[in-house]
Design a protein around this ligand. Structure first.
Ligand SMILES: NC(=O)c1ccc[n+]([C@@H]2O[C@H](COP(=O)([O-])OP(=O)(O)OC[C@H]3O[C@@H](n4cnc5c(N)ncnc54)[C@H](OP(=O)(O)O)[C@@H]3O)[C@@H](O)[C@H]2O)c1
Length: 277
């Protein structure tokens, strides 16, 4: 049995669906389980029963400080060893993302995985096309970002889910491998061009000020994390593509532009959509 964690998240749900579409015997684990999924909360060790699981797809449980994320992943890997899981597939972060504010928790988890003695495959996922579109902000006359002219080799979640399903369905073939799953470079100007508006670059200081002073609901770790994405894209650290994703998929990776544009379009204020001042 394959078990995908984080089954109510975007990547986990898509990975479980991709596995089932391939006819694999797969189930999901989630803090909020539904039909055909079991309760699995990395913050609650008592919930971490992996009995009967042969392959665990460990979807990273980010969105917290490093100590909390590493503690979560430690707990689930301890349970995997205890319960006899035979292979772990971990959704990590692209090697080019080492400068990002959330890289450490991924690299620490890769170390834990190695130390666990379990056979594993690391999927070093690039940044999502969905995320790139979401990080553009609308102004009256177009979109703004701190990305400058920098490109992101963005990947669609759907492609990453399919790649995870390919690996989890045949884990022995991918044992010990670390795949770097990045996509095609896109810039903020590319997205703006598709939207038919201009892109204006703002400085990193102004971006951080807006995050700290004008963006309600962000957790304390998020402004530095988001600023780290902006500076890494802006200065060309996340723009290179690579061959691993297409090789796993057996086809070219989907172009990220349409996905980024769709997300930016959905965030467009009604006023800007109708062209009214
Ligand atoms: N590459 C990128 O661009 C990028 C961008 C954002 C995030 N990420 C990372 O990739 C992961 C998957 O992305 P996504 O788009 O699917 O995120 P998402 O839709 O926001 O989902 C968050 C995920 O974290 C899981 N999670 C949170 N707390 C957990 C806990 N205590 N125990 C178990 N699972 C927990 C959730 O599982 P349940 O809700 O099912 O319990 C869910 O799968 C994220 O968690 C994050 O680490 C990557």
């Amino acid at each position: 049995m394959i078990l995908v964690t984080g089954a109510n998240g975007n990547l986990g749900a898509a990975t479980l669906a991709a596995l089932r579409a391939r006819g694999a015997a797969a189930t999901g684990g989630s803090r909020t389980p539904g039909d055909g999924t079991r309760r699995l909360d990395f913050d609650d060790r008592a919930s971490l029963d992996l009995t009967g699981v042969s392959t665990l797809v460990l979807v990273s449980a980010g969105y917290a400080e490093d100590d909390q994320v590493v503690a979560r992943h430690t707990a689930v890997l301890d349970a995997a060893v205890r319960d006899g899981v035979r292979h772990v597939v971990y959704t990590s972060l692209t090697g080019a993302g080492d400068h990002l504010g959330f890289a450490l928790a991924h690299r620490a988890t890769e170390r834990l995985l190695h130390a666990s003695g379990l056979p594993y495959t690391v999927l070093r996922n690039g940044l999502y096309a969905e995320l790139f579109g979401a990080l553009l902000t609308w102004a009256d006359d177009g979109v703004e970002s701190a990305f400058g002219d920098g490109a992101l080799a963005a990947v669609t979640r759907a492609d990453l889910a399919e790649a995870a399903a390919v690996v989890a369905a045949d884990p022995e073939r991918h044992a010990g491998r670390v795949y770097d799953l990045v996509g095609t470079p896109v810039t903020a100007a590319d997205v703006a061009g598709e939207l038919g508006v201009a892109h204006r670059t703002i400085g990193l200081g102004e971006y951080r000020r807006r995050l700290l002073e004008e963006t309600p609901g962000l957790l304390p770790f998020q402004p530095p994390m988001m600023a780290s994405i902006a500076t890494a894209v802006r200065h060309g650290f996340l723009g290179d593509g690579g061959p691993d994703l297409a090789a796993l998929l057996g086809r070219p990776a989907s172009h990220p532009l349409a996905t980024a544009v769709a997300v930016a379009t959905a965030a467009r204020p009604i006023r800007a959509r109708s062209g009214q001042p």
